[in-house]
Design a protein around this ligand. Structure first.
Ligand code: NCD
Length: 330
C-alpha cells in the first residue's frame, strides 16, 4: 500500500502490522532519548485545512521522533483563504520537496483526490476528510483497546500493558455513542474494529444516523441504557457532538443539549451500569457536560489521555511503514 487513506483499505494483516509496529514504537518512547534516526533527511508536510489539536500535534511529534523534517501548513493565514485550490496547494508543497503529505480537509474524499489525481507522487496519510474517514484515529483506538481487552481471557484481566504481537480483538464488544452522522471516527472504527474481529453497536438518535447504514458492519440502537445492559460492552466510545457541522446544516438535530445529555450522555450512573472492566474512550475534543460529564471523563476507567499518547505511536508506525528506506511495507 502506498497511502493510508481509509480504515476500509486495511486487511487484518495490514492492521496487525501497523498495530504491532506501533507497540514497537511505543517501547522506544520509554527511553530517555526518544528520537530515532529512521526518517532522517525526509520531509513530512502537514496540510491542515481544518482545525485540529491532537491529530496535528501528534503527526508532528511522530515525524520528529523519527528525525524527519516537518513543514506545517494550516489553511488559516495561507493562500487557501485567497481561493487557492487543493491542486495548487499540493503542487506548491511538492515543489518544496515533500516525501509524504498528511492531510486534513473538510471535504469527503480530499485525501483520496490528493493521492490519486496525479498532482503529487508521495505517500498521502489521511488525517480526517469530512465525514468520511480518519484511519489513524481508528488505529490508535484499536491500539488502546488491544491493551485493555484480551480475547478469550476472563473479563477484567487485561491491565493496559503493551499488547503482544498478533493480538486481535476477536469477541470484543464496542459501543460507539453519539453524533455518528458527522463522525469520520465512527466510520473508521466500524471498519477497523470489524476487521480485527470486534463487534460494534452504534447508539444515536435517529437524526444523528446517516442514511445507507444497512451496508455498515454493525448493529444500531437508539437507547443507550438498553445497549449498555444488553451488549455488556468491553468499551464505550463517546463521540463529540459536532456543533460546527450541525449549525452549518441549519441545526435541529436534537431538541436541546440537556435532552441530548439525558438520553445519550455518559455519566457516572451509566459508567456504573457498564461491566466493571469496561473502558471509556473519546477521540477528543470533549464537550464536557454534553456527551460526557466531567466525572465520567475523569473516571479511572477513562482512557482518553492514553488514546492521545497512543496516537503518537500509531502515527510513527504509519510514517515508518510508508516512508522508511525499505520502501512501502504496508
Ligand atoms: C476527531 C476528528 O477530528 O475527526 N478528533 C480527533 O481527530 N481527535 C473527532 C472530533 O473532532 O470530534
Amino acid at each position: 500500500m502506498k497511502h493510508l487513506l481509509s480504515a476500509k483499505d486495511l486487511s487484518l494483516e495490514d492492521a496487525l502490522q501497523l498495530l504491532d509496529t506501533a507497540e514497537a514504537m511505543a517501547a522506544t518512547q520509554q527511553h530517555a532519548v526518544k528520537k530515532l534516526p529512521t526518517l532522517r533527511g525526509k520531509t513530512v508536510v502537514n496540510l491542515f485545512f481544518e482545525d485540529s489539536t491532537r491529530t496535528r500535534l501528534s503527526f508532528e511529534a511522530a515525524a520528529k521522533r523519527l528525525s524527519a523534517d516537518v513543514i506545517n501548513f494550516s489553511a488559516k493565514g495561507s493562500s487557501v483563504s485567497k481561493g487557492e485550490s487543493l491542486k495548487d496547494t499540493a503542487q506548491t508543497i511538492m515543489a518544496m520537496g515533500a516525501d509524504a503529505v498528511v492531510v486534513r480537509h473538510s471535504a469527503d474524499g480530499a485525501a483520496h483526490l490528493l493521492a490519486h489525481a496525479g498532482w503529487i507522487d508521495v505517500p498521502v496519510l489521511n488525517a480526517g476528510d469530512g465525514k468520511h474517514q480518519h484511519p489513524t484515529q481508528a488505529l490508535l483506538d484499536a491500539m488502546t483497546l488491544r491493551r485493555w481487552y484480551v480475547p478469550g481471557a476472563p473479563a477484567g484481566t487485561a491491565d493496559g500493558s503493551p499488547a503482544p504481537a498478533g493480538r486481535d480483538l476477536a469477541g470484543a464488544e464496542v459501543v460507539i455513542v453519539g453524533d455518528v452522522l458527522h463522525s469520520r471516527v465512527a466510520r473508521s472504527n466500524v471498519d477497523l474494529l470489524t476487521t480485527l474481529g470486534a463487534h460494534v453497536t452504534l447508539v444515536a438518535p435517529p437524526t444523528l444516523l446517516p442514511v445507507g447504514m444497512e451496508s455498515w458492519t454493525c448493529d444500531v440502537s437508539y437507547d443507550l441504557d438498553d445497549a449498555i445492559a444488553s451488549v455488556r460492552p468491553d468499551a464505550v466510545m463517546m463521540l463529540r457532538v459536532q456543533r460546527e457541522r450541525m449549525s452549518a446544516a441549519g441545526g435541529g438535530f436534537f431538541p436541546s443539549p440537556a435532552e441530548y445529555s439525558h438520553a445519550y450522555g455518559l455519566n457516572l450512573a451509566r459508567r456504573e451500569a457498564m461491566p466493571e472492566h469496561a473502558i471509556v474512550m473519546h477521540p477528543g475534543p470533549m464537550n464536557r457536560g454534553l456527551e460526557i460529564t466531567a466525572d465520567a471523563a475523569d473516571d479511572p476507567r477513562s482512557r482518553v489521555i492514553e488514546q492521545v499518547g497512543n496516537g503518537v505511536s500509531v502515527r510513527m508506525a504509519a510514517l515508518y511503514l510508508l516512508l522508511a528506506d525499505e520502501g512501502n511495507q504496508l
